[in-house]
Design a protein around this ligand. Structure first.
Ligand code: CUK
Ligand code: CUA
Length: 661
């Protein structure tokens, strides 16, 4: 508290001095009160020398986290087409970790050279083809009672319709699942309020299982799917067998959100090609951008996922490519699927914290449209609908639309704070719009303020923003263009993540953070103290892939090399500053299974392992046992060494792999 008073005092002093400077330079600096002499003056000197304005100083004081102090929040941001997931501290905006998900990563030894984590990536291969890239869009933190619980985070790969599970005990990817009926997804991932399901929506329609069908058969054969991946929290894995999909029309579904509180049990997805345009600019057809924007409205998809789960349990789903799929007629008959018109080319669908309203933004409409869940339920009860050409009830627009607010050009995504305000990204305006949620009174929904951002904001995210109780304080603008914001680094520019202080009456940008790792789409921000990550693995000899003791754990003194025919098994330990054994002798043609246990128990005593010429890289965190397999098909003399500078004798932590001809 004392510190705060002290800081605000400096701030006030500086602000006052600056204001004074602007007018008349000669004015004397105000006498510092109960502050160690000299400090404000030297801070002033620094500020002057660096040309900082009072606003800059304000921003710096709000975001500076001194050495040894921790951030209040962690943001999990998608790495876009880097295929990764990035952890950033807030308010410092420092990158804490780049979690390897769909792409191999050398530092973490993820997905490389016959390792166990390579098997995780291989589970995401597509029809036998090795896939080593991804396009991550929407991270979703696991929830309990509609609140982030800090246990897991899920993320999708849009390019290949895959979902990954990351365990927040060690911040490592544990599982990748591939939807057998989709080749791309987008409205993913979103969790139901107790993480019963991880929701995945499709985007570009294809025949189920992406088998060939002429594009002329688009309406008959092409489909979208909403997949509900069942999550087994105990095992920390998606339970594919108990997962299922709901077949939907080929309307190009977009973003989804799960209902909560009042609307728990339901989920909502946009769509943006209800025209069912099929492209073909090269043949004189309207291009997709025009063809998919002809109509004034598209469709909000409204699902009853609880009902859907019951229908699957009752055996009314059809198994397609090994996945349970509720076909459209069943979905209609059972009251699982409804549509509602929504303004032109919508993008975001975001449920309010109380679960009572769904906010939809039309990319080509300057308004956000607010739907009332109660009105949706009433329209369903009244059968106030018409059928679309697939026989799906389209609820009456006027009956379900609750309010509309004009915000500006290109509204995309909406997040919420704790004071009844919503924040919507405006892509074309390059701005964040803050507006008032009006509850039951449609007239009370009003635009409050617009803040320019740099530039072309896509998603926006808020502290604890997708929970039933957002925190306020911060939102982050995830901007697509950075043009003039940072020193030039060649034609490929980083994206710009801007931290915005929303604690006061007026929004303020207080930090620009270049994201030079990939394009962030969505991000979620969780209170840092909700995450109980391990410092070291629970016991020496731990298998992080199984999250259980490893059967290949090797104790000091039990290191050995066993030969069985041409199969050689190495049981190695790593400790500061040696591997045991240091010489591994094999013969050309051997198959080597190599286990290494880091027997350290000290916090941060990580060893790395790289073997020249063999595409092998491991990270061995304290307690970890890792395994890789190797076909030794070249004779020669090879070296391996520890890649973490773990001690003064780290360079000596090395060894030889000798392969006899
Ligand atoms: S999308 Cu990228 S800005 Cu995939 Cu959520 Cu809207
Ligand atoms: Cu172990 Cu360097």
């Amino acid at each position: 508290m004392k510190r705060l008073v002290y800081l605000s005092l400096i701030l006030l002093l500086l602000a006052a001095t600056f204001a004074a400077c602007g007018r008349r330079r000669a004015e004397p600096t105000p006498e510092p009160v109960s502050v160690e002499a000299g400090l404000p003056t030297s801070a002033m000197e620094i500020a002057n020398a660096r040309g900082l304005t009072p606003e800059d100083i304000n921003a710096a004081l709000k975001t500076y986290v001194p050495s040894g102090k921790w951030d209040d929040y962690l943001m999990f941001t998608s790495g876009g087409h880097s295929g990764q997931l990035i952890v950033i501290g807030i308010p410092s905006m420092r990158i804490l970790k780049n979690i390897a998900v769909f792409t191999p990563e050398s530092w973490q030894g993820y997905g490389i050279g016959g390792s166990e984590s390579e098997a995780i990536l291989n589970a995401g291969n597509v029809r036998g083809r090795t896939i080593r890239y991804g396009d991550t869009h929407h991270p979703a933190l696991s929830e309990t009672g509609g609140d982030y619980d800090g246990q897991f985070v899920f993320i999708n790969d849009k390019a290949n319709a895959r979902i990954a599970v990351v365990d927040l005990r060690d911040f490592e990817t544990k599982q990748i699942v591939k939807d057998p009926n989709l080749i791309s997804n987008h409205g993913s991932t979103f969790v139901t309020p107790n993480t019963e399901y991880v929701v995945q929506g499709s985007q570009y329609a294809t025949p189920l299982g992406w088998e060939y069908a002429p594009i002329e058969e688009y309406k008959e054969k092409y489909r979208g799917l909403i997949t509900l991946w069942k999550f087994d929290r105990e095992k920390g894995r998606i339970d594919v067998e108990n997962s299922f999909s709901i077949e939907v029309p080929p309307y190009w579904q977009d973003l989804c959100d799960a209902g909560k509180l009042e609307s728990e049990g339901w989920a909502f997805c946009n769509s943006f090609n209800s025209e069912m345009a099929t492209g073909g600019i090269e043949e004189g057809n309207p291009p997709f951008e025009a063809g998919a924007s002809q109509r004034d409205t598209d469709y909000l998809h409204i699902f009853n996922w609880r009902k859907a789960a019951e229908v699957v349990a009752a055996g009314k789903a059809e198994v397609i490519n090994g996945m349970q799929v509720i076909r459209m007629p069943t979905a209609v008959e059972e009251g699982i699927l409804y549509l509602a018109p929504e303004p032109k080319s919508p993008h975001g669908a975001d449920v309010t914290p109380d679960g009572k309203y769904i906010v939809v933004s039309g990319k080509l409409d300057p308004h956000v449209t607010v739907y009332s869940f109660a009105k949706i339920q009433q329209a369903i009860a009244d059968q106030n609908w018409e059928l679309d050409e697939f026989g799906i009830p389209v609820l009456d627009y006027d009956a379900v639309r609750h309010a509309q607010v004009e915000l500006g050009l290109g509204p995309l995504h909406t997040v919420y704070d704790d004071k009844g305000f919503a924040y919507t990204s405006l892509f074309l305006d390059s701005a964040v719009a803050k507006w008032k949620l009006g509850g039951e009174d449609p007239e009370a929904y009003q635009l409050v303020e617009k803040l320019p951002v740099q530039y072309n904001i896509g998603h926006i995210t808020a502290a604890e923003g997708d929970t039933v109780s957002p925190d306020g304080l911060y939102v982050v603008a995830l901007n697509k263009w950075a043009v003039d914001r940072f020193a030039p680094v060649g034609p490929l520019l980083p994206q710009n993540e801007q931290l915005i202080d929303i604690s006061g009456d007026a929004m303020k940008v207080i930090y620009d953070m270049p994201m030079g790792i990939g394009e962030p789409h969505y991000a979620q921000i969780i209170k840092a103290d909700k995450i109980q990550a391990w410092n070291t693995y629970p016991e020496v000899g731990w298998d992080p892939v199984a999250q259980a003791p490893s059967e290949f754990a090797t104790k000091p003194g039990e290191e050995r090399i066993e030969r069985n025919g041409n199969q050689v098994e190495v049981f190695m330990t790593a400790v500061r500053s040696h591997f045991t054994p240091e010489r591994v002798m094999v013969k050309k043609g051997d198959h080597v299974i190599w286990h290494i246990t880091n027997i350290e128990t000290a916090h941060d005593a990580t060893h790395g392992f790289q073997l020249g010429g063999h595409n092998v890289s491991l990270s061995l965190e304290p307690g970890e046992t890792a395994t890789f397999e190797l076909d030794v098909d070249q004779d020669g003399t090879f070296t391996f060494y520890c890649t973490e500078f773990c001690s003064a004798l780290h360079l000596e932590m090395a060894g030889y792999l000798l392969v006899e001809p």
